[in-house]
Structures are given as structure tokens and as C-alpha cells.
Write a protein of this length. Sequence first.
Lengths: 453, 307, 198
Amino acid sequence: MAKVEKRILNRVEGEVELKLVWEKGRIKDAFIIAPNFRGFEFILENKPLLDALVITPRVCGICGHAHLIATTNALENLYRENGYEIEVSQKAQLIRNITLSCEIIQNHIRWFYLFVIPDFLKFNTDLKDFYPIKGEKWRKAVYYSSKIVKIIAIFGGQWPHTSYSIPGGVMCEPTQMELMEAISIVDNVLEYFENDVIGMNIDDYFSIKFLEEFLEKSKGDLKKIIEEAIKLGFSDIGKAYDRFLTVCNVSPFISQGVTRRKKCNFDVSKVEEIETFSFLENGKSKFSKGKYSWAKAPRYEGKPFETGPLARRINNEDELFINLTKNFKGYYIPRIWARVDEIGKILVAIKKYLLNINLNEPSYIKPKVDIKNLEGQAYGFCEAARGSLIHKVIAKEGKIEKYDIITPTVWNLGTRCKNYLSPAEKAIIGLSDKLKAEMVVRSFDVCSVCTTH
Amino acid sequence: MKTLLWLQGLTCNGNTQSLLNAENPYIYEIFSKINLLYHPSLSIENNLNEIIDKILDKEIKLDFLIVEGAITKNKNFCKIGNYSISDLVNKLKDKAEYIIAVGNCAVHGNLPAVYRENKDICGLQFKFEEKKGLLPSDFKTKSGYPVINITGCPIHPAWFTQVLMALYYDRKISLDKFNRPKEIFMYLPHDGCTRNEYFEWKTEAEEFGHKEGCLFYNLGCRGPMTHAPCNKILWNRISSKTRAGMPCIGCTEFNFPVRENFFDTKKNMGIPEDIPLGVSKRAYIMISGVAKTLKNERVSKKLEDTE
Amino acid sequence: MPKAIQKEKKKLEIVKVACKLFAQQGYYNTTIPDIAKELGMSVGNLYNYFKSKEELAKYIMQYSSSLLGEEIKKINEMNISTKEKISLLVRRFIKIAEENPELIDYFLRVFLSNREVFSGGCEGFLCVQEVVTEIMLFLEEGVRKGDLRNQDLFTAFVTVMGPLGGLVFLKGENMLMKTLIEYADELAENIWRALKAG
């Protein structure tokens, strides 16, 4: 007979419950329950359009900056949809890329060391350095993840929760000296990444195409955790649907696309949100039978997709990761690796962005038309730490009539629909160990505050 | 060893994330001195219920109960295991030596309290301006303090860690009318702002993207009317919104979530409706007229072009 | 009588006479000895009160501004409607103009026509800021209460002060058929209609 078990999942962003249905010692069905709801999309209704820049970042304390960028993009697209050109200098664009990238690095470091690795400590391993609070590695992760967001503070004043990006550009006007300070921070974090995280020179790391090659050359924490994961039997677990979604290009290492067997271009009109199992239906709360979470179920052409760093690697046709998905039948390890891998790629990119800023360009070019005159709807896209973020704004008489946010975590950890489980639910079916099931769920990076918002 | 338990209600986790950025003391230095019983994002074990039982059985003495996030009794909107956040606070409120509400949500209800479908959202002892939070207005913890409120959306980590350390060393702190530590919230973002000279000479920033110009008159800056030491204790120890060029949005005040048009100063016949704290509108107008007429040459140029 | 008060009283006397002479003969055609002679005091003694003709000229402006400013301040502090305030403002202005025609004359004929005299500490609003401040406070409150239409400060400011100055000017030119106060209600109504919300 099936046995139902409910577990709170801690060490995530916010609160999540797992409801596992066991049969013959294996997970037969799984429900990921996001029990908390704040109603941001409704709080946004009737607010002046620009106020979204202040409100949406507060959806999430760890990836709020991605919401700011998505809102900025949505509002700039709203100008375009209304037939007005909107000019953004290359300088402003680079600065936005830099601050968003810094938030992603912070996310990746904290997630890997503070949320993922502590689970491995439960297996009696020799990983004392990684112990929360006391461990040197934990402390370094806190130190460097806090260090990199200083760059956001240089340009945006603070992290978390700045709203320094606005249709037409950015609010800051950095000096050369501030760029130098930012570069020194990037160099410093890069050194940490090389010494501790990958344990090798970054160029050598980028040349690696195969698992064995990495395990042979690396002396870093990533290698330690991958070896530990292989030893513990994670090679075969954690696969979702083998369908991957990325919504925008962040050159040169992130390219938009939808991959299932082969890669196609992303088309937002193929996205829908199904509310069958969500407490939220037609903008109202509903707690009828069968509904189990505040999250909705986003589908692309009717199908669930995984989004995030692994999806970005696959959609970018990254050789190492194509090989890794062949090495590992389950995607637990590639999923974690992809995220850590991105830290290096992004750090190198940030330094290039910083050196490419032309300080003589304007930071902000005031849109020629007052935003109060805009009507209709527009999308804003952003590749955030956990994957693809979509904002949709509908404007009426200069105010927000409706605002819709589809977060990366709702793609990965949302509810099921009639035909499909969510990717994370799918990924733990058949497992026999509840700790491993929790770890697989965490590999998607549970950010319940984003999932429900 | 003194103990600390961290609970989360309706939150974005921003205060926890901000806390991780703490320097002097760093978070791991704090928790080398204070035993962190449980924090939902940081603890390795998922043992909140056991810990609460031990506190109720007096096996563990609870020194600091920290609450992040808005409060609701409605388990449909916020649930921790089988409990609501108000259940948990009510269980522990008489056990804790100190209760500290961290962030505007836990203090005033903030943005979650604006959501129309769940009307009972509030802060621990306040709902917006009124003392209509979960706990009675005369509630005091064992130490004799009411809930100590650290406002901000999010908090600056030092606002919390320095207060925590003061209490850890059994020092007294004084509170303002919202029960915020006076020594933190007696400052305004205006104090120490690098744009202060522009304010003084009424040299207004007309638009975004310039390091020159005061953001108060046109761009909605709440720096002179908000209680927060953002330009004394710098954010991420490196800068602040107003230094970078973003107007203060008044996120440490109870009315933050209901104010609108954050980047536009509300003016009547060209005169700001809200004026700097401590001055009469008459005095503000007089001094502005004088400053504008006398004009400071230096602040009317790009900084690069000054002598 | 204490010395300081005596000195203030004398200063006021000087202001009135100087005002009249400046307005009648023009600023440049009037000398300190002219003013002293009219007052029946020695030139040396006059210099005890004002170090220069320019200082005297500026002082007159500051004096009139605070006189009018004080009156408007009293109105601002009253708990009455914006419309009633406009009406009072017009009446008080007219009353001052009737009681001190030389001050208004001075403002129109000297202050506005000899701007170079008033540089160096009296430019812009510096010498008249009491009046300007009180008018600004009045306008701001009117908008805040929803009585007045929000607009640029200066258009609103001249809509209040322009008609008042204009009427007094016409009076000075002996163009008016009626006494000033008889125009008050109509003028107040005009200002109100021009500024009111909706």
C-alpha cells in the first residue's frame, strides 16, 4: 500500500514541503508544495508603471536584481510596442549586464556552498571544511559571495534591492576609479574561484571537454563534490525531461533557445501557465481538492521544460556538458556542475564588460515620451541565476493593469498539469532514499519565494 | 552560550541575504559567540520542531528570537510545517529574552500587508503606523523591551548585528517611537550623502545618470525625510543608493508600500509637498530662494570641469 | 524711549521720505543731501543710519517686503478657505497700498526699474523673500487642499501679484474712477477663478 509522507525542506530560499508517496520502498509520486503566498502580481495592479522597478525586486531577496532587469526590459519593450524608439547607451547596457552577472555569481556561490554541500555532510564524509558557520570553505563562500555584490553597490548603491536600472539606462555615472575598484573585486573573486572552487587555472579549465580530464586536473571543491556524488550513487539520478529552455542571449556563452532533441528558437507565444493544481486560479485564491501549491505550471507547447544553468549549457551546445549528459544518466551532477561552471564564465565576461565601458557615453537617455502615455502589453526577459525569467506587463492609462511573472523556479518546481509532473517532481520519482530525493530537489535550487511570489 | 532562533513568515529572504553580507562582525563571527539554534536557510538539520519543544520544556534557554517576514494567522497563505507563523511566535514570545523583528515586513507588514486577499497580514507589534500587530501594544519580552524593530526593505546587516551585539554584551539600547534602536535610526540618508552640497545650494538633478545634482527636488528622493543611516554605514560597506545616483525610496518607513511614484517628487506649485524633517515649509522656501539666487559656481558644473 | 527703538523709529521716517523722493524724482536724481534736507536732519546724521544711498534703497525693499509678508503670514495662519484667503489677501494689499502709497510707488518705479542698484545681495528674491515665501506657502497649501490647480510656481505667482500691482499702478496714474477697495471683490474673484482647481 502506498504511504504518504510530508517533509519540510529547509536550506532553501523560503519554505517548501515535499509530499512523497511511497510504494515498495520507492517514490511513486511526489508533490512539491510551496505554501506561502504574498500576491506580488496583485500588489502591482493599479500602481504607476515605474513603481514596478521598486516593487518587483522585492519578490526575491536573492535574485531581486534579475526582477529589476526583467521589469526594465518589459517597460522598454512597452515603449517599442507603442511605436516609440527607446535608446539605451552601450555603457548602460554593459553596466546592467555587470550588475546582473554579479548577482548570479553571488547566487551560485551561496547555493553551492550553503545549500547543496551541507547535504553531503550527512553521509559521514571527510568534508569538515564545508560545515556551516565553522567550516573554512563555508566562510570563504560567504566572504566572496558578499564581495562580488559590492560591485552592484558601486553601480546601484546596494544589494539586495536596488532599483537603479530604469527605461533609458541606469541611474549611476561611474568614474574610472570606480571601474578600477570593480575590476579589482572581480580579479579577487576570480582568484578564489581558481584556487578553491575549480582548483586550477581558468583557461585550462575552459579547455576541458571531458569528465575524466577534469577529475584528473582539478584540485578544487567542485571536483571533491563531484567525486563524492559519484561515490554516493548520484550519477544516475535527477533527470527530469531532457527538455531545456533559455529565453535570452547573454553573449557569448548564453544563447536563447528551446531544446528537446533538437534546438529551436524560443517563442513566447508558446508559453502558457496552467492553474489546475494551483491555489491561484484566475487571480483568486481557491483551495479546492487536488490543488496543492501556490505555484502554477508553466508549459511550452504544452510541455514542461527545465531551465537554469544546465539548460543554458545545453542550449549553448557546450561540448563539455553535452559529454557530461552522456556520462551521467541522471542530471544531478551536470546540473550542479553547470551552475558552478557559470561562475567562471561570468567572471571573465564581467571583466571584459568593465574594460569595455566607454565613460563618455551617457548613462541615461531620457525617453522622449512620458511613460504615462503608454498602453498595451509587453514582455521582459532575463536569464537569472536559476534560469529564465519572464515578466509581462499590461498598461492602461499609465498604470499597471496586470502584471504577470513567470520565474525560473516555477518552470522547474511548479505544480503538475494533467499530463506532466513538474521537472523537479519528475526527477525524484523512483528514488528510494528521501535524503537523495531532497538533494535532487535542491539541485534545481528551490527558491519558493520566487516560485509563488 | 547565548542562543538565537530565526523564524521566517511571509518574506523574500532579503534580510537573510543581506545579513550574509555582514562585515564587522561577519555572520560566522556572530555565530561563534551565539549558538544558532535554527535558521531556515542556513541550518544543516531540519529540526525546528524539536528545538521549539526543547525551548518550551525549558531544556534550551532562548535568548534571541529573530523574526523575518510579515505575520499572518492564515495558514493558507503561510505555513511552517503544521503551524502558522503567528502560532510559532505565540508559542515562543514569553520564552525569549529578546525578540527582534528584522525588516519592514516583520515590523510593519510592508508589501505583503497590501495584498487584498489576505487582510490579517501585519508586523509583530505594528501594522503600518498603528500598534496593531500580532502582539499586544504593551507586550514586553522577559528583558523588559518590546519587540525591537529593525526596519528596512531590506535591513542593512550592520543595523541588526550591532544591535544584537549590544544586547549580547548586556548593554542598554534606547528605542524611538516605532521601537527602533535610536542610535541606528536617528540618522537620515541625507546625513553624509555625497550630494549634500547640491542640496544645500539647491542644484537639482534634472534627470538620472549624473553624479552631480541633488535627487530631492525632482527625482523623488526621500533622503531628508527617512530614518536610516545609509550614508553613515555604507551599503555593502562601499556605497549607497543616493551616492550611486538612485533616489532614496524611504524603505525604512511604515508607509513605504503605500507610497507611489517613487522617482517623482510630489510638488504643489513647484514646492515639494513633503520637505526635509525638522524645517518648516516657510524656512525651507526662504532658504531655497536665497541659495538659488546666490548660486554656487562649483556645484553648477560637471565635477570634471570644476577648479 | 530706549535708544534702539528711537533709532528704528527714525529709520522708518527716513524710509518714508526717501521712498517718496525716489519715486517722484527718480533714484539717480535723488541725493542723500536731498533726503536729509527734506527730513530736516544733517547729512552726517543720516549717514549714521544708512552708509550709502544703495543701502537705503535695499533697506526700503526689505522693509516693505516684511511689512506685506507679515500681513500675508497672518492670513496663511488663519483657518479659512483658500477662496477667503484670496479675498483677504487682496484687501490687505490694498489697505497697505492706501496707507503707504509711497512704498508701492517705490516698488513699481524704483525697484523694478533700477535692477542694477539691487545687485549684490538684493537680486532675485533676496530682498523680497518674505512676500514671495508667504505667497508660495499660500499657493502650495491651496494645491495640497485640492482648491487650486497645480502648475508652475511662477505662472501662479504672477497671477496673484500681477493684478494687485497693476491696480495700484493705475491708481497712482489717477486712472481709476473708484477707490481701490471698491475693486477688491471683483479682483479677488478674478484671481480665484484663474487659479482654482477643476
